[in-house]
Design a protein around this ligand. Structure first.
Ligand code: NAI
Length: 342
């Protein structure tokens, strides 16, 4: 996010509008749940992205003010507010990427799965609208439990006859962002250089950072690997407990989601070297959905990278075996939700 924003901000005061325009692309991004704890800072970061011409903010309430507030930022893109179901279709018109952070967050003592019943209905309704109004858009699902809401979304899109597995993403970028931060701190590395692939899913033990695949190459003792893995898996709970009743991660999540949006837009813009971890339809394990590094291109996922799963440490291999039954059950729960309601 900062890489692309910083130079543009620095230069924008010096350049005329016409000098800026030839560089800018014109992608439209919709944020569904834009008035929420994640939605607001995420919309701000998206409005700052030079690849964006318009950000559409949709929520069931309180969104007009957020859009008006954002519209005063002198970044080139427009921000438009859409409130309530009657405006949902319009919020999705001509958008290239739809980001969904709508739903309730965790409170202390809750697991992500405890959110399922409320958020499943919200995601179903929103994805139906995406299918009807923006069937070609990339869909980024943030609403938890991602391990279930993404398979649920896939079933909704199948029912609507518009499912493209290459364009449906569960946003797990925050796990990578956290892993990169914690590893850099632990090993005294320059943050910007560190990249840890995180595979599996996005809840508890299904979050599996592959520390042995960290770039730049770095070694960990067994104790360090275990301590870091457990911290990355529980980092969301760290924030939930620190916020003590006021919800879950919002700012770091907005940062991570904005990075994933920017990567998607770079891919849509023709950059041939864009890789991110995401929870997608996958055949690199026996599970139908799995988070791993993927190569992004103009049509979505160009390749699911399986090589990270080779040459795992014993600790990682055991953790991979251990996460599969839980992840499988969460995937099946998401799929079943759609079918039992038919
Ligand atoms: P929040 O409660 O602050 O905001 C949620 C927003 O969704 C509210 O503005 C609400 O009005 C809106 N909303 C509810 N029903 C809606 C509907 N039918 N259509 C459109 N908007 C609707 O919650 P917060 O903190 O922003 O979290 C949102 C979701 O993101 C939660 O499910 C949370 O668990 C998840 N999350 C995911 C993470 C990830 O790594 N994927 C990390 C952190 C949170």
């Amino acid at each position: 996010v900062w890489e692309s924003f910083k130079p543009k901000l620095g230069r924008s005061n010096l350049r005329t509008k016409s000098q800026l325009l030839p560089q800018a692309s014109s992608f439209k991004v919709a944020v569904l749940g834009a008035a929420g704890g994640i939605g607001q800072p995420l919309s701000l970061l998206i409005k700052m992205c030079p690849l964006v011409s318009a950000v559409h903010l949709y929520d069931v309430a309180n969104v007009k003010g957020v859009a008006a507030d954002l519209s005063h930022c002198n970044t080139p893109s427009q921000s438009l507010g859409f409130t309530g179901e009657s405006e949902l279709a319009n919020s999705l018109k001509d958008v290239d990427v739809v980001v969904i952070p709508a739903g309730v967050p965790r409170r202390s003592g809750m697991t992500r799965d405890d959110l399922f019943n409320v958020n499943a209905n919200i995601v179903k309704t929103l994805v139906e609208a995406v299918a009807d109004n923006a069937p070609d858009a990339f869909i980024h699902i943030i609403s938890n439990p991602v391990n279930s809401t993404v398979p649920l979304a896939a079933e909704v899109l199948k029912q609507k006859g518009v499912y493209d597995p290459k364009k449906l993403f569960g946003v797990t970028t925050l796990d990578v962002v956290r892993a990169n931060t914690f590893v850099a701190q632990k090993k005294n590395l320059k943050l910007i250089d560190v990249d840890v692939p995180v595979v599996g899913g996005h809840a508890g033990i299904t979050i599996l950072p592959l520390l042995s695949k960290t770039r730049p190459s770095v070694t960990f003792t067994d104790e360090e690997a275990e301590e870091l893995t457990v911290r990355i898996q529980n980092a969301g709970t760290e924030v939930v407990e620190a916020k003590a009743g006021a919800g879950s991660a919002t700012l770091s999540m907005a940062y991570a989601a904005a990075r994933f949006v920017e990567s998607s837009l770079r891919a849509l813009d023709g950059d041939g070297d864009v890789y991110e971890c995401s929870f997608v339809q996958s055949d690199i394990t026996e599970l139908p959905f799995f988070a791993s590094r993927v190569k992004l291109g103009r049509k979505g996922v160009e390749a699911v990278i399986s090589s990270d799963l080779q040459g795992l440490t014993n600790y990682e291999a055991k953790a991979l075996d251990a996460l599969k039954p839980e992840l499988k059950a969460s995937i099946e729960k998401g799929m079943a939700f759609v079918h039992k309601r038919m």
